[in-house]
Design a protein around this ligand. Structure first.
Ligand SMILES: [Zn+2]
Length: 324
């Protein structure tokens, strides 16, 4: 059963908070809400809607503006909320059908598959996300810690998308026990988070759950609140002590050579496969699993529209890690 949505998380509230952040700017860059405590401390960057169709990000914004006003609660440092993709989110919020929602993921380029030379492209580049990444770079680079909020097309109980090393002290209290590592070394192009901070700051993402699911909204809110506590930026402590996580290492990705291919069946989150198993086919050629493991980020059905992106990722079987 899905939990019931509080009023401040309903669609009309999310639209109100979207309009607020769209109109807010910092250093002449729009889509940014900056909260200063006036006291020394870290700069936490919380980025939302790197993909337009992932409203858990707006749910977090709504929470910290309406339910738990961060302007009143922030004790140290600075929080910079950035709505990464403004027009895609605008499209999502007026989308009527599932196809329109899906099409509101990005305008021209997936902001998590930015071209490797994105910062070298002209500032008159025709692709919106390339220009947006260029204008956000000076903001993103101010982060001391980066936190990027996402959701998935398929059901999931949440994943911490770790970039680089795992930061146990930062994820304490997150209501998520699955950690995905190494995706940054497998995926095509550059994710937005690649440009956060000075290149060596702690950066994490979360996949909060299925797009638009109330549980995903709450998970995203709870993780952000836990992170703020772990950084001593708001009052309260998260529970310490030995906690077990499943660490899934991303070891490869499936790409379709052309549009004639489809998956042999839908692959739900963590669907198991064994090495050599048929994963996809065009009835002439089969694509076989290169390892024994689990899938993530497969489409809900068996086909994909965008051949420039991974169809799904291959995870090694999980390792249990205990974090103090
Ligand atoms: Zn996403």
């Amino acid at each position: 059963m899905e939990s019931k949505l509080a009023d401040y998380l309903k669609m009309e509230a999310l639209i109100r908070h979207f309009n607020f952040i769209k109109e807010s700017s910092y250093e002449d860059v729009s889509g940014i809400w900056k909260i200063e405590s006036g006291k020394h401390g870290p700069v936490l960057g919380v980025t939302i809607h790197t993909h337009g169709n992932e409203p858990s990000g707006l749910a977090v914004l709504a929470h910290f503006r309406e339910k738990f006003p961060l302007e009143q609660h922030l004790r140290n440092g600075v929080v910079i909320f950035v709505l990464n993709n403004i027009p895609a989110t605008g499209k999502f919020l007026v989308a009527g059908s599932d196809d329109e929602k899906k099409a509101s993921r990005f305008v021209d380029v997936n902001m998590n598959r930015l071209p490797n030379d994105v910062m070298k492209c002209g500032n008159d580049d025709p692709r919106y996300e390339v220009r947006r990444a260029q204008e956000l770079r000076s903001i993103w680079s101010q982060f001391d810690i980066g936190f990027d909020i996402h959701s998935t097309a398929q059901k999931s109980v949440g994943m911490i998308m770790n970039i680089g090393t795992v930061h146990p002290q930062l994820i304490r209290g997150f209501p998520i026990t699955d950690i995905i590592t190494n995706i940054e070394n497998i995926q095509i192009g550059k994710p937005a988070v690649f440009f956060y901070g000075n290149g060596s700051i702690p950066v994490m993402g979360i996949e909060a759950g299925c797009h638009g699911n109330p549980d995903a909204f709450m998970r995203a809110i709870d993780c952000t609140e836990a992170l703020l506590k772990n950084l001593n930026m708001i009052e309260g402590e998260t529970e310490a002590g030995g906690r077990e996580y499943n660490e899934y290492f991303v070891d490869g990705a499936l790409m379709f050579p052309d549009a004639s291919y489809s998956l042999v069946k839908p692959f739900p989150t963590y669907e198991m496969f064994t090495v050599g198993e048929r994963i996809a086919t065009n009835e002439k050629e089969d694509i076989l699993a290169p390892l024994t493991g689990h899938s993530i980020f497969a489409p809900p059905g068996t086909t994909v529209k965008n051949l420039d992106e991974e169809v799904m990722f291959y995870l090694k079987p999980p390792k249990i890690i205990t974090v103090e």
